[in-house]
Design a protein around this ligand. Structure first.
Ligand code: AVI
Length: 329
């Protein structure tokens, strides 16, 4: 085996590493061939701030285009959502995207309850307070947790209308196809009788994709490298972030952008009492971002149990927003 650590050696790692989920996942990922780190570890406070900057980059068309689609079709989407709905947002972050939908309702039909789910409790409480101030009739009940794991939602009541899942940003693209199918299946169960509104990035010219993940200001590179800095801060690892290069490339057969960190030279990194040897050119696969065709995504949703509804897209068909009906039960 080419890698210098293996899963068998994991119990010897020190407790700071092994008591942390990040530490265990990091050692596990680095023991595999090819090496990998799960992308959810990008999002500490620094990584989340870098991701917010990515969303505003000129090359990163995803956020802007989705926002345009949502605002252009907001009243039609509000019709599909219907009166006094309950909106469950998966990975809600700063609670900004929901506001485009909330603003599309007449007061007498506006959503009754909003359940933003996010792993990071840091910003959500403050963002929830601001949202309550802006929409006083909306019941905002944040749920701190991993939305990919089974979650118990607060009980609904008869005054609440349809339950609508909201999963913007093409975050589903960061799931491998089997995980995407599993997530959609569990969402179909959670939303039983309701609907899912989901943003999905579309296949396009590789040059456009390449630019979006290799921006000229180097923000995506900093975002990618930040996972190593996080390992240094939280686990006492000693990655030299100057000795890894950001690499992002579109793989047309797998229909995904792959992000990697490539070792610039032979080097040994310590993580707890483990040593990880990198040869020059060794890569750590840090993220996949799958791109779909509209039909390809609708087929996946149907396979997961949804009935496909309307799809909204922009003029250049860069990005898509799908309405999916969850089965009744
Ligand atoms: C969160 N997710 C949809 C982003 C994407 O485009 O896959 C994460 C990202 N990675 C690099 N740039 C942005």
């Amino acid at each position: 085996m080419r890698n210098s650590i293996s899963v068998d050696t994991l119990p010897r790692a020190n407790s700071r590493v092994m008591t942390s989920e990040f530490g265990r996942d990091l050692l596990m990922g680095l023991a595999q061939t090819p090496r990998s780190i799960p992308p959810k570890y990008f999002y500490d406070a620094v990584g989340s701030a870098l991701f917010d900057r990515i969303c505003d980059l000129p090359e990163y068309y995803l956020t802007r285009t989705e926002q345009t689609i949502l605002s252009t079709h907001a009243s039609e989407i509000a019709e599909w959502i219907g009166p006094h709905a309950e909106i469950v947002e998966f990975g809600a972050g700063s609670l900004k995207k929901i506001q485009t939908l909330l603003d599309a309702f007449d007061t007498d039909r506006s959503p009754a309850r909003y359940l933003p789910i996010d792993i990071s409790g840091e910003h959500i409480a403050q963002a929830a307070a601001q949202l309550r101030a802006r929409y006083p009739t909306l019941l905002v009940q944040p749920i701190i947790g991993d939305y990919t794991a089974p979650l118990t939602l607060p009980p609904t009541d008869t005054r609440i209308g349809q339950r609508v899942g909201f999963f913007p940003g093409s975050t589903l693209g960061n799931f491998h196809p089997d995980e995407a199918l599993a997530f959609l299946r569990s969402a179909a169960g959670m939303l039983r009788g309701g609907s899912l509104l989901i943003g999905i990035d579309l296949i396009k010219h590789p040059a456009r994709l390449h630019a979006a993940y290799n921006d000229s200001q180097g923000v995506t590179a900093a975002f990618n490298l930040n996972v190593l800095r996080r390992a240094n801060n939280e686990l006492g690892a000693d990655f030299d972030t100057d000795q890894f290069n950001h690499h992002a490339i579109y793989h047309p057969v797998l229909q995904r952008i792959e992000m990697h960190l490539i070792s610039r030279r032979e080097q040994t990194v310590s993580i707890g009492d483990q040593r990880v040897l990198f040869s020059e050119g060794d890569t750590i696969h840090t993220e996949s971002s799958y791109k779909y065709t509209i039909d390809g995504f609708r087929s996946l949703a149907v396979k997961a149990g949804f009935r496909a509804g309307p799809v909204w897209t922009d003029r250049e068909r860069q990005f898509s927003v799908h309405w999916l009906h969850a089965p009744r039960g």
